[in-house]
Design a binder for this molecule. Structure first.
Ligand code: FAD
Length: 514
């Protein structure tokens, strides 16, 4: 072989130009690596999903006539990526190593070091050919440590890629954004309509055994089969299922939460994030398929398709831009000086707060929670109780099937914890129990009373919310989007205010027993 091409676990892009032709002189490397399996404690299903997807990708490449060296944990033991690559290059006397641009800063650092070696073998890096916005264009849209609003970026992306635009260059339907139509709660009659999610049955017993043998720490629950997509074909099937069965209601119930049906965990969400993030499917393809479905199916209205396109063409590309422009500074941000430890029920779901128990419980069972659960249930709780952002990041980075730092960090530290002081969010996503009550059916059978603020049984979020708002009044009071909220606080008498803050103090001191 003259060339070694390295494929990382999140670079399973079969449409990459590398694979356009078979070349006898090219060897591909795909390796299970101990450092990648342990840089954070991952969910057991996430570990299995990555390794299974890598194995299936290897088989597909081989079937197409490519030479691939797949190394398991047994082969790589405790070696780093660099060691594995250099050993293999030496073994085959390879003088040229090609890499794809990684999505994570940590890996890019490693790659830059390799490229800088300038010895034999020579390293070079090519694009990963996945995202819509070329990497080089990130600095044209984003500025370090500066707020850039998603909505402005999204409109430019809609125009640039001509998605949902009419022939006059105007947004289809006349409006850019139908977010206000995306806030329905699920009523009892809606619950029976929720389709059974399409899931897969990939045997992962051999991987569970291997992970155990190598003492790879993990969290969460697993059975013997994995229900997540691990091949491009799985991803295409899931996409087709989504377009037909879920897209007609995607926007409408995008923010809704329930724990009253067996399908509560996924509702109308597409569950394509893992497949997208490991590049089994491209964002361009997903958008194209969804827009075609909208044109062909009258049951899908503009608010549904726009809501979906906004997530992928807007949010996903936007957080990637914010990540790269702000790394490595992003991972140091702690603007609100949050220092508390994450309570232990984040690993068990054992809390009397029904909203948290539901969101954490399903995350442990499925390695998945949808956006509003991540933002407004677990995220909101960590924001209000001032959990150290590092710990919050680690939890999110470990537990979700789709968690890779480039997308996890801006969402968690930025959007949900406001630790960047507002680069992403124009205000903190802080909410009392009434928001959860409005968007979910969690509160009905909760131990705590969502209508109460100060009693021993009052919903902790109610007092914690005001504690947070009062504590950060100086910063937040100036913000036109929240200034008026303080009017409600000022209207209360001193005794009421005191009782609310006392209850919040109690909750903070006894956070482990909530
Ligand atoms: P759907 O709800 O069906 O949305 C469709 C697609 O849009 C998703 O697959 C995803 O690719 C994209 N998308 C939607 N929202 C976002 C967003 N805010 N940022 C980036 N892409 C988005 N997403 C991840 O992929 N990895 C993460 O580690 C991650 N961490 C998050 C942490 C927090 C605190 C929050 C609030 C959100 C996080 N998200 C993350 C975004 C979002 O919650 C998930 O992408 C989504 O829940 C995945 O489920 P789905 O595929 O069913 O998405």
């Amino acid at each position: 072989y003259h060339t070694l091409r390295v494929i990382l676990g999140d670079q399973l892009n079969a449409t990459h130009s590398w694979f356009k032709q078979q070349d006898q002189g090219v060897l591909y490397l795909i390796a299970e690596l101990h450092p990648e399996a342990t840089y954070v404690t991952h969910h057991i299903q996430k570990l299995c999903a990555f390794f299974l997807a890598m194995q299936r990708f290897t088989s597909a490449l081989k079937e197409n006539g490519h030479d691939v060296c797949y190394l398991t944990l047994d082969d790589t033991q405790n070696q780093s990526l660099e060691e594995v690559v250099l050993n293999l290059a030496k073994q085959h006397n390879i003088d040229h190593v090609e890499l794809q641009r990684p999505d994570e800063y940590r890996v890019l650092q490693q790659y830059h070091q390799l490229i800088a070696r300038n010895l034999k073998p020579k390293f070079c890096m090519v694009d990963s050919e996945h995202f819509l916005l070329p990497f080089e264009d990130i600095s044209r849209h984003f500025k370090p440590k500066h707020s850039v609003r998603m909505e402005n970026f999204y409109r430019k992306m809609r125009q640039r890629f001509n998605v949902l635009m009419d022939e006059n260059g105007q947004p289809e339907g006349g409006k850019w954004n139908y977010d206000s139509a995306n806030r329905n709660k699920l009523k009892t009659k809606d619950l029976n309509e929720i389709p059974t999610p399409l899931s897969f049955q990939h045997d992962m017993r051999h991987l569970l055994e291997r992970l155990q043998r190598h003492n790879i720490p993990s969290l969460g629950n697993a059975e013997s089969n994995l229900l997540w997509p691990v091949t491009s074909q799985d991803a295409l099937n899931l996409l087709a299922f989504f377009c037909e069965n879920l897209l007609p209601n995607f926007g409408r119930f995008q923010d809704a939460m329930t724990n009253k049906t067996p399908h509560s965990w996924s509702l109308y969400h597409c569950r394509l994030s893992f497949a997208l993030n490991v590049k089994l499917i491209s964002p361009k393809h997903v958008i194209k398929a969804a827009v075609s479905a909208y044109h062909e199916n009258d049951a899908i209205d503009i608010a549904q398709i726009e809501g979906f396109v906004r997530q992928i063409l807007g949010w996903r590309e936007y957080v990637r831009g914010m990540y790269w422009i702000n790394m490595p500074d992003y991972q140091q941000q702690n603007e609100l000086n949050a220092e508390r430890d994450l309570p232990s029920y984040f690993w068990t779901g054992q809390t009397k707060m029904k909203c948290l128990a539901s969101a954490i419980g399903q995350s442990l069972d499925y390695a998945y929670a949808h956006h509003i659960q991540r933002l407004m249930v677990t995220g909101n709780f960590c924001l209000l109780t001032e959990i150290q952002p590092q710990q919050v990041d680690e939890w999110y980075l470990g537990i979700y099937i789709d968690a890779l730092e480039w997308v996890e960090l801006p969402n968690t530290r930025g959007m949900s914890q406001f630790a960047d002081g507002g680069w992403i969010a124009s205000k903190p996503y802080a909410a009392s129990g009434s928001y959860i009550h409005k968007m979910s059916d969690y509160c009905g059978d909760c131990h705590y009373k969502v209508k109460e603020k100060t009693s021993d049984e009052s919903c902790p979020l109610n007092s914690l919310y005001w504690h947070f708002m009062v504590k950060h009044r100086e910063r937040l009071g100036k913000n036109p989007r929240i200034g008026m909220i303080y009017g409600n606080w000022d209207k209360q008498n001193d005794a009421q205010k005191y009782a609310v803050l006392q209850r919040a103090e109690w909750c903070l001191e006894n956070i482990e027993s909530l």
